[in-house]
Ligand binder design. Structure first.
Ligand code: PEP
Ligand code: MN
Length: 455
């Protein structure tokens, strides 16, 4: 039977290209336009990575979270790299997110929406267009989708072939994520097997106890005849910052069921703190696609900005459409967040509010590493829950930079990572990530806060 295909409105296509008439910051200066256009053509006929139907399901899940009935856990690298898209590293990250989600589900008795900053998180906004080392100035590293990290002229030159490589790397990453989460690895009956690390670590110990409780609960329910087919697989969504038009535009496709555009490079796309200007290209572009959209809000955000963002990105007040990702910093969240949350509460909008306790808490260590204190991260999370409790709004999720590996990038936590350890196990090319154990510790804190928030 022929599938019914809706005709595409030419105004929709013209609208998608309206971003070209607007200022767009944080885009690379590609040296070879002809090569770039060839990449656009090739990318625009490659298969979508995600499908409109999945994106619609995610929107409905996020709507649940916005109304206090679910919680979003979003995590992954600051910047994915081509070199680190290996089976081990992808598995470790997925495992860490699954473990955190388990702690949260069990601790707060609430559905947890699992989402990776994965399979597309390759483009980075930078504070400066150039970087100078020992008197040599070169273009800044903008993420593997644009140029290389090595500090040489050749490597730092933007190369459009990298955009295709990012697509293929995302495809193989997503393939593995789908295999892990659909193929039995995510089965709740194997929660013990996700664990790694030393049994005497306090967070690990708590995790093993929890896994034991879950085993007993499952054994009890099986004995009662319950059917556990649903525990075998789990939904897992992908997300990244929608930064690079030369990737997102060719990956935007018109859904044949509805004639509307979807970005098919990931399920959830967010706008960064540096590109959320109301009259610029990023807000305009994302206002025209059907995906659920996030917007980062830093400590200088004004109430009027938030109201305008809602008007532009969610004019129909569609449940699950819009997520605000606040990243105020531990020392500012209790002062800066209340006015935003209250103004939105008193409006007709119902966005999802989640906390990013990473990006407002950056610091540089004495030995020169970009780092964050685990205590500041924890404090911002506490502040987030306090502000929402006081306003009577729902603290609906958390957005973090994490890895499943045993790195030393953020200071503190139960392993007491200090400045000297950074010299040995610092791997991030961009922002510092919580390691496996710190991520688990954070999950326990969030689970407690979430359980309290629901009381
Ligand atoms: C990021 O998420 O890596 C990032 C750059 O965040 P922000 O836009 O909040 O600074
Ligand atoms: Mn980052």
């Amino acid at each position: 039977m022929q599938e019914k295909v809706v005709e595409v409105d030419p105004a929709v296509l013209a609208g998608l290209d309206n971003y070209k008439n607007l200022p767009a910051v944080q885009q690379p200066a590609w040296p070879d336009q002809a090569a770039l256009e060839a990449v656009h053509r090739e990318l625009s006929v490659l298969p979508p990575l995600v499908f409109a139907g999945e994106v619609d399901i995610l929107r409905s899940r996020l709507a649940q979270a916005a109304s206090g009935k679910a919680f979003l856990l979003q995590g992954g690298d600051c910047a994915e790299t081509f070199a680190d898209a290996t089976a081990d590293r992808i598995r470790n990250r997925v495992k860490t997110i699954l473990q955190m989600a388990l702690v949260l589900t069990y601790g707060a008795s609430m559905p947890i929406i699992k989402m990776g900053r994965m399979a597309g998180q390759f483009a980075k906004p930078r504070s400066s267009d150039t970087e100078t080392r020992d008197g040599v100035t070169l273009p800044a590293y903008r993420g593997d989708i644009i140029n290389g990290y090595d500090f040489t002229e050749e490597s730092r030159k933007p190369d459009p072939r990298r955009v295709l490589q990012a697509y293929h790397t995302s495809a193989s990453t997503l393939n593995l994520i789908r295999a892990f989460t659909q193929g039995g690895f995510a089965d709740l009956r194997s929660v013990h097997e996700w664990n790694k690390g030393f049994a005497d670590n306090p967070a690990n110990k708590r995790y093993l106890e929890l896994a034991g409780e879950i085993d007993r609960a499952i054994a009890f329910m099986s004995a009662c005849g319950a059917d556990f087919e649903q525990l075998r697989t789990t939904e897992f969504y992908t997300s990244h910052e929608g930064l690079l038009f030369d990737y997102e535009r060719p990956m935007t496709r018109i859904d044949s069921r509805t004639g509307t555009p979807y970005i098919t490079s990931g399920h959830f796309i967010w706008i960064g703190e540096r590109t959320r200007q109301l009259d610029h290209a990023h807000v305009d572009y994302l206002s025209r696609v059907r995906n659920p959209i996030g917007v980062k809000l830093g400590p200088t955000t004004q109430v009027a900005d938030v109201i305008e963002l809602i008007e532009k990105l969610d004019p129909n007040r569609e449940p699950g459409r819009l997520t605000f990702i606040t990243r105020m910093g531990a020392s500012k969240i209790r002062e800066e967040l209340p006015k935003l949350v209250e103004a939105v509460r008193d409006s007709d909008a119902n966005p999802l509010w989640i906390t990013d306790p990473m990006h407002g808490n950056g610091m540089t260590t004495k030995n020169g590493y970009k780092s964050r204190r685990f205590d500041d991260v924890m404090d911002e999370v506490r502040g987030f829950f306090e502000v929402h409790r006081a306003a009577g709004t729902f603290p609906g999720g958390i957005h973090i930079e994490l890895t499943g590996d045993d790195v030393a990038e953020c200071l503190g936590g139960s392993e007491m990572i200090d400045e000297a350890s950074l010299e040995e196990r610092y791997e991030s090319l961009c922002d510092p990530r919580l390691n496996h154990m710190q991520s688990l510790e954070l999950a326990f804190l969030v689970a407690e806060s979430l359980a309290n928030a629901r009381r």
